[in-house]
Write a protein of this length. Structure first.
Length: 579
C-alpha cells in the first residue's frame, strides 16, 4: 500500500531516493543567573559563538561553485549581515549585562523581540523573513550549547548523494550544502513558499515539498520515497507501477528542462503572432544575473523594502540612487519597474520601538502608499531617486496598494513637485517616466476604470488581491486551503482590470505569483493579459507555454472558465485549457 503525505510543492520536479532523516529541532534554552564577576566571560562566550557562526557561513559560501547564480551567494551574505547587525548582537550583549542572564537566554529574548516585528508586518513575503532571524539565532544557539550544527558536515561527502532529506526545517545554508552534497530532494515539516529556503530550492533546481506535518513520524530512515514537487505530494515507493510512472515523469521533465534552456533568446510570441512581455520579479541587485540568464525582457517588479529593513534610519536618496543604478546598468536597456516602499507603520525600521499603537490587523492598516503619503520625509527621497535613475535607462514607477483616485492624484502632484525641484537643481530625469498603480485591493479592481485616466499602466498584484478577496492569510497553514486563484470572484476581478485597461488603452500586467504559475498561463492569455512578471526560475516554462498557445482558441474557454460555478466543470475546463 502506498502512503501519501501532502504539503506545498515549492520547487517543481520529481525525485526518487532513500530518505536521510534529520532530527535537529529547536534548541532548548533555559535561563540561569550569571554572577556579575563572570559577566565579561559570558559576553566573550557569546561573541566567540557569533564569530564561529560567521566562520561556518563563510565556509559554506566558499563551497558554492563559481558557475552558480550570484543571488544564491546573496542569501548566505544576508545571514552574515545579520550577524553584523547590532539589533541582534549588541542588543544581546546589553541584555546579558542588564539582566545578568546567560548568553543563550539573552539571545532568545532578543530574537523574540525582533521576530515580533516581522510577525506584525502586512506583506506576506516580508513576514517570512522572520525565518532568517530564526535560522541565524539557532546557529549561534547550537554553537553556545555545543550541539551539532548542520545536516551535512565535511565527513558526510558521498553519504547524502541521491538521498531525500527529511527535516523539520532547513536554513538557506543547509540548502546550499544539500546541493553541494548531491541531495536529490528535500521534505520539511515547516516553512513557507516565500521563505529564502524555498526560493533557493527553486534556484538550485532541487525538488522540494514543505509543510508536510509529522513527516519524520511517518517516514523512516533509508526508506525509498517519491517526491512530487509539482503536486506537493510525498509517496512511499509502493509497487513497481508507481515507481515506473514517476521514473517516466522524471525522464520527461529532464528532457523538457533541456528543451526549455534553448528558449533563452527566443521571443515570447504566441502561435497567432501576439507578442507577450515576460518580466521578472527581484528584490536585490544581485538577482539581475538570474533575470538575464532566464531571458526575461525586463524587471516587472523591483521590491524596495529590503533597503529599509534592519536599520535605524531610512536609506538616503543617494543610497537608493546608487542601488537602482546598479540594477539599471546590469539590465543594459531592458525596462525596470520600481515599486515604491510597501511597509506598514506599525514598526520602526530598526525593529525596536513602536511608532504608535500596534495595528490589530496590519494588512488593513497604515501601509504602502497610505504610509508614504503620511510620511512625506520617507517618500520624497525615494521619488527623487527613482526620477533621477530614469535618466539612465527605461524606468517605471509603480505605486502599491492604491485604493482611491485621490491617492493617485496626490502621488502625481508629489512627482510633479520633485520633477520641478530636480529641474531647478539641474539634475536630469525622464520627463515622461511612466507612473503606474498596483491593483491589489478588491475595491480598486472593481473600479479599475476610474484609475486609468491617472496612470500609464496597471499591474495586478494577485498575492494580496486573492487574500483580501477571500479574507484569508495565505501563509497561515490553518486557512491555506482556501487560497484559490480560480475562485470565481478572483477571476472576475482580474478580468475587470484587464478589460478596463483594454478599453482605455492602458497596459495591464500581472506581478503576483499567479503570473508565474504554468497552470494559469493560457487562462490569463485568453482573458487578455499581455504582460507577466514572475520569479526568473519559472520564466522558461512560461515562455514555452506562450509560444505553444493560440490566443484565438483560448478566448472562448477562458470566458467559460470565468463564468463557471461548478467545481467539476471548472476542473474539466482547466484540463482542456492547459493542454
Amino acid at each position: 500500500m502506498t502512503l501519501a503525505l501532502h504539503g506545498v510543492g515549492v520547487s517543481r520536479g520529481y525525485a526518487i531516493g532513500r530518505t536521510y532523516v534529520l532530527y535537529r529541532d529547536q534548541p532548548e534554552v533555559v535561563e540561569y543567573a550569571v554572577p556579575r564577576r563572570f559577566l565579561e566571560g559570558e559576553i566573550a562566550r557569546f561573541r566567540d559563538a557569533v564569530l564561529e557562526a560567521k566562520r561556518q557561513l563563510r565556509t559554506i559560501r566558499d563551497r558554492i561553485p563559481e558557475n552558480v547564480s550570484a543571488d544564491i551567494t546573496a542569501f548566505i551574505d544576508t545571514h552574515l549581515l545579520m550577524l553584523e547587525d547590532s539589533t541582534l548582537t549588541e542588543a544581546t550583549v546589553e541584555l546579558i549585562g542588564e539582566r545578568q542572564s546567560n548568553a543563550e537566554w539573552a539571545l532568545k529574548t532578543q530574537r523574540d523581540r525582533v521576530v515580533r516585528v516581522f510577525d506584525e508586518m502586512d506583506d506576506p513575503y516580508l513576514r517570512t523573513r522572520r525565518d532568517d532571524v530564526d535560522h541565524v539565532v539557532n546557529r549561534i544557539l547550537r554553537i553556545l550549547l555545543k550541539s551539532d550544527d548542520g545536516p551535512a558536515p565535511d565527513g558526510t561527502d558521498g553519504r547524502l548523494e541521491g538521498r531525500v532529506l527529511v527535516a523539520d526545517d532547513l536554513t538557506p545554508a543547509d540548502t546550499v550544502l544539500m546541493q553541494h552534497h548531491g541531495i536529490a530532494a528535500f521534505v520539511t515539516e515547516y516553512g513557507g513558499p516565500l521563505s529564502h529556503t524555498a526560493i533557493l530550492a527553486r534556484n538550485l533546481g532541487i525538488p522540494a515539498v514543505i509543510g508536510v506535518r509529522s513527516a519524520r513520524r511517518y517516514l523512516s530512515a533509508d526508506e525509498t520515497i517519491i517526491v512530487d514537487g509539482v503536486q506537493g505530494v510525498v509517496l512511499s515507493a509502493g509497487d513497481d507501477s508507481v515507481l515506473d510512472h514517476y521514473r517516466h515523469r522524471r525522464l520527461r521533465e529532464r528532457r523538457e528542462r533541456t528543451r526549455l534552456g534553448r528558449l533563452r533568446e527566443a521571443p515570447a510570441i504566441t502561435r497567432d503572432n501576439v507578442q507577450i512581455g515576460l518580466h521578472a520579479n527581484i528584490e536585490l541587485p544581485e538577482e539581475v544575473e538570474q533575470v538575464l540568464l532566464a531571458g526575461a525582457t525586463g524587471v516587472g517588479l523591483y521590491r524596495t523594502e529590503v533597503l529599509y529593513l534592519n536599520r535605524a534610519t531610512p536609506p538616503s536618496e543617494e543610497e537608493q540612487f546608487e542601488t537602482f543604478l546598479q540594477v539599471v546598468e546590469e539590465l543594459d536597456g531592458r525596462p525596470l519597474t520600481i515599486r515604491t516602499l510597501d511597509l506598514g507603520a506599525d514598526k520602526q525600521m530598526d525593529g525596536g520601538r513602536q511608532s504608535g499603537p500596534v495595528a490589530t490587523n496590519p494588512a488593513l492598516g497604515l501601509r504602502a502608499i497610505r504610509l508614504c503619503l503620511r510620511e512625506l520625509d520617507l517618500f520624497r527621497p525615494q521619488i527623487r531617486a527613482i526620477l533621477r535613475i530614469s535618466a539612465r535607462g527605461p524606468v517605471r514607477m509603480m505605486i502599491p496598494m492604491i485604493c482611491t483616485v485621490n491617492e493617485m492624484t496626490q502621488v502625481r502632484r508629489l512627482v510633479r513637485e520633485e520633477k520641478d525641484a530636480l529641474s531647478r537643481e539641474g539634475l536630469p530625469f525622464d520627463e515622461n517616466i511612466p507612473l503606474g498603480a498596483m491593483i491589489e485591493v478588491p475595491a480598486a479592481a472593481i473600479a479599475a476604470a476610474m484609475f486609468t485616466p491617472y496612470v500609464d499602466f496597471l499591474s495586478i498584484g494577485t498575492n494580496d488581491l486573492i487574500q483580501y478577496t477571500l479574507a484569508i492569510d495565505r501563509i497561515d497553514d490553518e486557512v491555506g486551503y482556501l487560497y484559490d486563484p480560480l475562485h470565481p470572484a478572483v477571476l472576475k476581478l482580474v478580468h475587470e482590470v484587464i478589460s478596463a485597461g483594454a478599453r482605455s488603452k492602458v497596459p495591464v500586467g500581472m506581478c503576483g505569483e499567479m503570473a508565474g504559475d504554468p497552470r494559469f498561463t493560457r487562462l490569463l492569455l485568453g482573458l487578455g493579459l499581455r504582460e507577466f512578471s514572475m520569479h526568473p526560475s519559472v520564466l522558461p516554462e512560461i515562455k514555452f507555454i506562450v509560444r505553444d498557445s493560440d490566443i484565438r482558441h483560448l478566448r472562448d474557454l477562458s470566458q467559460r472558465i470565468l463564468h463557471c460555478t461548478s467545481p467539476d466543470e471548472l476542473a474539466g475546463l482547466m484540463v482542456r485549457i492547459e493542454h
